[in-house]
Design a binder for this molecule. Structure first.
Ligand code: ACM
Ligand code: ZN
Length: 744
C-alpha cells in the first residue's frame, strides 16, 4: 500500500511524539541524526540534583563542566563535577579512557541505561558532542534559560556516532551589519547544539572593518563606521573581544576562521588608509550596498607592509589552522590603470591582472605559512594560478569544486543553490526581505544535496572538507538605505539573522554530519518537529514551517486537502473563505473538501503560539489564469547556462488575430533563476514578424519577465512560434512555465 506522503509525515510525527523521554523503545529525534542508535528497552536514566558528573581523565574535565553549565539554567541543578572512573545509577561519566580510536576525535559512544550514562570518545570534541546528544535526549525544556519543573528522564539508548565531514560551518557577515559580542556568542551556542564546528567570520568588507588592529587604529576609528549624525552606524571588536569570542567558541569546539579579504571588498581599509589603493584618492565608507572597484594596489610595497602587519595581529588572535583571504569578485580596472601594478606585472613576467591576483594570493599564502596557517579563498582564486595547498571555498558551481578537488585543493562547499541562507525560504507573501538574486532556498533544498559533487570519487572526493551555510547581511544594509534606517527588520537585526539561519542550519548540520546514505528528507522533517521546540525553548527566532499540503482532485473539480503538522505539539489551522487563517481558525484534523475555485489557506501554529506564513492551495488553472495560456516550459538541465541560447515555444492557435500579445516567463523551481535576453515571433518557421529585445529575469524575484509583441498582419493557418534567447544565470538548474495572452 502506498501511504500518501502527508499522511506518512503525520504518522511519523505521531510516532516521534510518542518517543517522549522515558518511553524507551522508540527512536528519539536527534539532529543531526547519529550514525547508529539502538534503544535499550525498559531502561532509562533520571537526572536529579544529586546526579554527579564524572570525568575519567583530564581531557574529559572541560566537556563535563560544560555539560553541567548547559544543564544548570533549566534544571536548577548545580551538579557536582568530579574525577571518577565509573558511572552509577546517579552519575554521568565522560571519558577518553578505553574509547574506540576508530571514532576519531569528534566521534563518541553514548550509553544511557538504568546503571548510568557513559560518554566515551578519543577526543574532548567527541565528548562535547556526546553531551550535546544527551541534551537532545532530555525533555526540550532543558534548552530554556528559565527554571522548568520537567522530569529529566533520558530513555535507555546506545549510540555510536561520528561526523562525515570535518568542516561543518556557517559564515556570518558582520561587515555589512555589525553584530555585537553577545549576539556572536548566542550564535555560537546555536551552532554548538547542531554540532557545527566552524564559524567563518566575515570581518571585513567594503562597508565596514570590524577587527581592531593595533598598528592601524584608523581601520576601526574610520573604517568601522558609516553615515553621519543620527544615521551613523557601525562598531568593531576590540582584540579583547576577539580573544573572548575565540575562547567561547573553542570551549564549544568551534574554530573561528577569520576572513581578511584581499584584494577587493576592502574599501573600509582604503578609506582609512588611502595609500593602500592604486589611485590614493580619499573616499568615504559606503552607505549603500555595492562592490567597490577600488582594491588594494598589488604593485606597491607599502600594501605588503600593511597586509603582513595586519595578518600578524590576526594570526596572534586566531589560534586555528585556517585564514580565509577572500579573493572574490575582484575587478581589475584600477590595476589596469595603475603604473605600480603594471610595473609589477612586467617585472614578474605575468600575462594578466588575474595572474597578478594569483601572485598576490601565493605571496600572502607564503607569509601565512610562516605563521603556521593554511589559506582558503573563494573559488575565484582557482583560476588565478594558486598553489595546491590553498583551500577553495566553492560558491558558484559544484563543477568548480570537482576541478579544485582533482587538483588537490582542500575544498569547502558553500553553494549559492543550497547554502546561501540570506536567500528566503520561499516566495510566499510575508517572507522577510532577503536576497533575490538567487532562487529561494527551502529547508528541503538546504537538505537535499551532497557536499561531494556527483562523479567525484577516491582521493579527490576526500579533498572535500565539508560545507557551510553563508549568512550575508547586505540585505540589512540595502534595507537601511531604502527605508531611511526605519525598516522593521533593522529594529531587531539579530532576530532577522536567526530567522534566516533556523531551521536551515539543521539541514546543513545533517548534510555535513550524517552519512549520505542515512539521510532521508521525510525522516529529517519528522525529527525537526522536535528540534523546532528546542529553538523555541532557547528563544531563537526560527522560521515556523508551513503546513505540508496535499490535494487530491475530485471528479467534480473540487479538491480534498490534507495537511501535515510540521512541528510537534502544533496544529494546522485553515480557512476556505479567502480570509487569513489564525490560531482561532478551525483546526484541520481530517481532509477538507474545497470547491474548485476556492482558495484553501492554512498556517502552522506552534505550541509556543508562533504562526507560519500562510500556505495556500489554489487550483493551478486558477493560479495562472491571469498570464493566459501555457505555451511551454523550461526544465532543469535542459537549458543553456550563463550564455543565451534559443528555445522555441509554439503559440500557433493562440496568436489568432492581429494585435498585441504578452508573453510571460514564470520561474517555478530550481537553484537558478532564468535570464531572458529577447523573444521573437517567427511565422511559418521562417519569417520574424515581431520581437521584443530587453533583458529580464525570473527567480526568487522577477524583473522584466514579460515580453510584448505586436502582430500586424495575421495570416490564417500560419504557424507562430516564439523563439526566446534564454539561460540559467549561473547554471542550468531552473524550471518554469511560459504563457501567452492577448493584450498588455
Ligand atoms: C561571494 O558571495 N561574493 C562569495
Ligand atoms: Zn596599483
Amino acid at each position: 500500500m502506498k501511504i500518501p506522503r502527508a499522511l506518512l509525515v503525520s504518522m511519523l510525527i505521531a510516532l516521534s511524539t510518542a518517543a517522549a523521554p522515558g518511553a524507551a523503545g522508540k527512536t528519539p529525534s536527534i539532529v543531526p541524526q547519529p550514525q547508529s542508535i539502538e534503544m535499550l528497552a525498559g531502561q532509562s536514566f533520571t537526572l536529579t540534583g544529586g546526579t554527579q558528573l564524572l570525568y575519567g581523565d583530564q581531557k574529559a574535565k572541560a566537556p563535563a563542566e560544560m555539560l553541567a553549565a548547559m544543564l544548570r539554567p533549566s534544571s536548577g541543578f548545580d551538579l557536582a563535577v568530579k574525577s571518577g572512573a565509573k558511572a552509577d545509577k546517579n552519575a554521568i561519566l565522560l571519558t577518553t579512557v578505553g574509547a574506540d580510536a576508530k571514532l576519531g576525535s569528534e566521534g563518541y559512544e553514548l550509553t544511557v541505561g538504568s546503571g548510568g550514562v557513559v560518554i566515551k570518545s578519543p577526543g574532548a570534541a567527541g565528548l562535547f558532542y556526546g553531551a550535546q546528544t544527551v541534551r537532545q535526549l532530555l525533555p526540550v525544556e532543558i534548552f530554556s534559560s528559565k527554571r522548568s519543573s520537567a522530569v529529566w528522564v533520558i530513555p535507555g539508548v546506545k549510540i555510536s556516532d561520528k561526523p562525515s565531514f570535518a568542516w561543518r560551518g556557517i559564515m556570518l557577515d558582520v561587515s555589512r551589519w555589525f553584530f555585537d559580542k553577545e549576539f556572536v556568542k548566542r550564535y555560537l551556542d546555536m551552532m554548538a547544539m547542531h554540532k557545527l564546528n566552524v564559524l567563518h567570520w566575515h570581518l571585513i568588507d567594503d562597508p565596514g572593518w570590524r577587527i581592531e588592529i593595533k598598528k592601524y587604529p584608523k581601520l576601526t576609528k574610520i573604517g568601522a563606521f558609516r553615515g553621519e549624525g543620527k544615521w551613523r552606524f557601525g562598531g568593531f571588536y576590540t582584540q579583547d573581544d576577539i580573544r573572548e569570542i575565540v575562547k567561547y567558541a573553542a570551549d564549544r569546539h568551534i574554530e573561528i576562521v577569520p576572513e581578511v579579504e584581499l584584494p577587493a571588498h576592502t574599501l573600509s581599509a582604503i578609506v582609512a588608509y588611502p595609500h593602500l589603493c592604486c589611485t590614493g584618492k580619499q573616499m568615504t565608507i559606503p552607505t549603500r550596498h555595492a562592490i567597490s572597484r577600488d582594491l588594494y594596489c598589488a604593485g606597491r610595497d607599502t600594501t605588503w607592509t600593511f597586509l603582513e602587519d595586519v595578518m600578524t595581529e590576526v594570526c596572534e588572535l586566531f589560534p586555528g589552522k585556517f585564514v580565509h583571504i577572500g579573493g572574490d569578485e575582484a575587478r581589475y580596472d584600477r590595476w589596469k590603470a595603475c603604473p605600480h601594478c603594471q610595473k609589477k606585472i612586467k617585472e614578474l613576467g605575468l600575462k594578466s591582472e588575474k595572474e597578478l591576483q594569483g601572485w598576490m594570493t601565493r605571496r600572502i599564502e607564503k607569509f601565512l605559512q610562516t605563521k603556521g596557517k593554511q589559506i582558503l579563498g573563494w573559488d575565484e582564486i582557482l583560476s588565478c594560478g594558486i598553489s595546491n595547498s590553498a583551500g577553495v571555498m566553492t560558491w558558484h558551481r559544484p563543477k568548480t569544486a570537482s576541478v579544485g578537488a582533482k587538483r588537490g585543493h582542500p575544498v569547502v562547499m558553500a553553494l549559492t543553490g543550497h547554502c546561501y541562507f540570506d536567500a528566503p525560504e520561499s516566495k510566499l507573501p510575508g517572507e522577510p526581505y532577503a536576497a533575490s538574486w538567487i532562487a529561494p532556498i527551502s529547508l528541503k533544498k538546504a537538505y537535499q544535496w551532497n557536499p561531494v559533487p556527483a562523479g567525484l570519487t577516491g582521493a579527490a572526493a576526500s579533498n572535500i572538507l565539508g560545507a557551510q551555510g553563508c549568512v550575508w547581511s547586505d540585505q540589512l544594509l540595502i534595507r537601511a538605505r531604502l527605508t531611511n534606517e526605519k525598516s522593521r527588520m533593522l529594529k531587531q537585526p539579530e532576530k532577522y539573522i536567526e530567522y534566516l539561519t533556523l531551521p536551515r542550519a539543521a539541514a546543513l548540520a545533517e548534510v555535513t554530519w550524517t552519512p549520505g546514505d542515512q539521510r532521508d528528507w521525510d525522516k529529517f522533517s519528522t525529527r525537526m518537529g522536535r528540534m523546532l521546540l528546542r529553538y523555541s525553548q532557547s528563544g531563537y527566532n526560527y522560521r515556523v514551517p508551513v503546513p505540508i499540503i496535499t490535494a487530491k482532485k475530485q471528479a467534480d473539480g473540487s479538491a480534498l486537502i490534507s495537511a501535515a503538522v510540521p512541528i510537534e505539539g502544533g496544529t494546522v489551522r485553515y480557512t476556505i473563505d479567502n480570509s487569513t487563517p489564525t490560531a482561532d481558525s478551525p483546526k484541520l484534523t481530517e481532509p477538507v473538501a474545497t470547491p474548485k475555485s476556492s482558495a484553501f489557506k492554512a498556517v502552522t501554529i506552534g505550541s509556543d503560539g508562533r504562526s507560519s506564513l500562510v500556505m495556500e492551495y489554489v487550483d493551478q488553472s486558477v493560479k495562472y489564469a491571469k498570464y493566459g495560456k501555457k505555451i511551454g516550459q523550461w526544465k532543469s538541465g535542459k537549458i543553456a547556462s550563463r550564455k543565451a541560447a534559443k528555445a522555441v515555444f509554439d503559440a500557433t492557435g493562440l496568436i489568432n488575430k492581429p494585435g498585441l500579445y504578452t508573453v510571460t516567463f514564470l520561474y517555478t523551481g530550481g537553484r537558478q533563476r532564468l535570464d531572458i535576453d529577447s523573444i521573437e515571433v517567427v511565422k511559418n518557421d521562417k519569417e520574424v514578424v515581431a520581437k521584443d529585445t530587453h533583458h529580464g529575469f525570473t527567480g526568487g524575484k522577477s524583473k522584466g519577465n514579460t515580453y510584448r509583441v505586436k502582430i500586424d498582419d495575421y495570416e490564417t493557418g500560419a504557424s507562430y512560434k516564439i523563439n526566446a534567447m534564454i539561460y540559467g544565470d549561473v547554471g542550468a538548474d531552473s524550471n518554469g512555465l511560459v504563457f501567452i495572452r492577448p493584450g498588455k
